[in-house]
Design a protein around this ligand. Structure first.
Ligand code: PLP
Length: 364
């Protein structure tokens, strides 16, 4: 089998030890699993999110989107109204979920390369008193842009709104304290910056919110309240079959995050990767989509070369043959490709990638 490094925003390259942690079968009724792994994970992710004791966590089977859908569908009732800030594919996905679930929602649609302006958000809140919840993406993986959750959190607090953040591609890779940021609900998944393998997501939520959300869910299997009640009442038991191997691997990934020095150290590594990547790519003639000050350490979009001999599939294959997998672009109005630097990826790997890119510029 041809081994390659994933330079993609999830699934991503994981350590050998995380992969090895999956080589055991677990019983979902056993305390070894529920107490020592599931409950430990629930506590650890809450501790990563904040030093406050106001939060709890719920793990949910499925990809990250399932957890977003679970949170929206289980926490926003018929009497609520959701404001969605959309500046990319994942903001748009929140709007799609709201549509499927028939939520009462309004969308602030922005350009994908546009940083959301808190003044526009505040105007929406002033215009529409019915709004009770605000949802936005932290790192918009479409472009790699880091959205201003801090400013929007201040507004959420000031106007007394529940603030929901899709921090899928940033949680564990960018330091934050959700209590200080006035975030009430944060959603992420196993296979992004914590560096686990795909199979479940999680929601970190204020205890007072989840306690008061019984009966809202529109889906049986994605009922966040029931999942939380079961985990609380039965020492970490999931309602339906949990992805045991994935959960055990995630536990190992959390230990490795601690060993690396926590989120602060991981952020530093990702940031160094990203800066090395951008400098090297620019030296090879590539131009990043966003201005440098809007970059995140997670993923970077580059304009595709304008030379007519360039073709993404050929470029992708040339890099893959040299052991690197990159990502197609997702921006609707610009021809781009993306390179992620999260996962078990180090400066050395980025240097080797840059050499591979240099050898792959067949269009020159
Ligand atoms: C990866 C990602 C998701 C979830 O994607 P899945 O494919 O469902 O795991 C959601 N939001 C953002 C910002 C992401 O980066």
């Amino acid at each position: 089998m041809n081994k390659y490094l994933l330079l993609t925003p999830g699934p991503l390259s994981t350590s050998e030890t995380v992969k090895n942690a999956m080589l055991k079968d677990w019983c979902t009724w056993d305390d070894d699993y529920n107490i020592n792994i599931v409950q430990a994970i629930r506590a650890k992710i809450v501790a990563i999110a904040s030093s406050s004791t106001d939060y709890t966590s719920v793990l949910m089977q499925g990809s990250g989107t399932a957890s977003v859908e679970s949170a929206l569908g289980s926490l926003i009732s018929k009497n609520h109204k959701l404001l969605i800030i959309n500046n990319g594919a994942y903001g748009k996905r929140i709007a799609e979920i709201a549509d499927y679930l028939n939520l009462n929602a309004t969308v602030l649609n922005l350009n994908e390369t546009e940083l959301p302006n808190p003044i526009d958000v505040e105007n929406k809140l002033k215009e529409d008193n019915a709004i009770t919840h605000i949802a936005m993406v932290h790192c918009e993986t479409t472009t790699g842009m880091l959205n201003p959750i801090s400013d929007i959190g201040v507004l959420a607090k000031q106007y007394n709104k529940t603030f929901i953040v899709d921090a899928m591609s940033s949680f564990g890779g960018i330091e934050l304290d959700i209590a200080n940021l006035h975030i009430d609900v944060l959603i992420s998944s196993a296979n992004k910056c914590i560096q686990g393998v795909p199979g479940f997501g999680f929601v970190i939520v204020k205890k007072t919110i989840i306690e008061n959300s019984q009966g809202i869910a529109r889906s049986l299997s994605l009922d966040l309240y029931s999942q939380w009640r079961t985990m609380e009442a039965h020492n970490g038991k999931w309602r339906f079959t949990s992805p045991t191997h994935v959960v055990r691997a995630f536990y190992q990934a959390l230990i490795e995050l601690e060993q690396e020095g926590g989120v602060k150290a991981r952020f530093k590594r990702y940031k160094a990767n990203q800066e090395l990547l951008v400098a090297g790519m620019q030296a090879l003639g590539f131009k990043p989509l966003l201005p440098i000050e809007l970059h995140s350490p997670i993923i970077t979009s580059f304009y595709s070369p304008t030379n007519t001999r360039y073709n993404f599939d050929l470029f992708y294959t040339a890099l893959k043959e040299q052991g690197f997998v990159i990502y197609p672009g997702k921006v609707s109005n610009a021809d781009c490709f993306r390179i992620g630097n999260i996962g078990e990826v180090y400066a050395d790997d980025i240097s080797r990638l840059l050499q591979a890119v240099e050898r792959s510029r067949f269009w020159l």
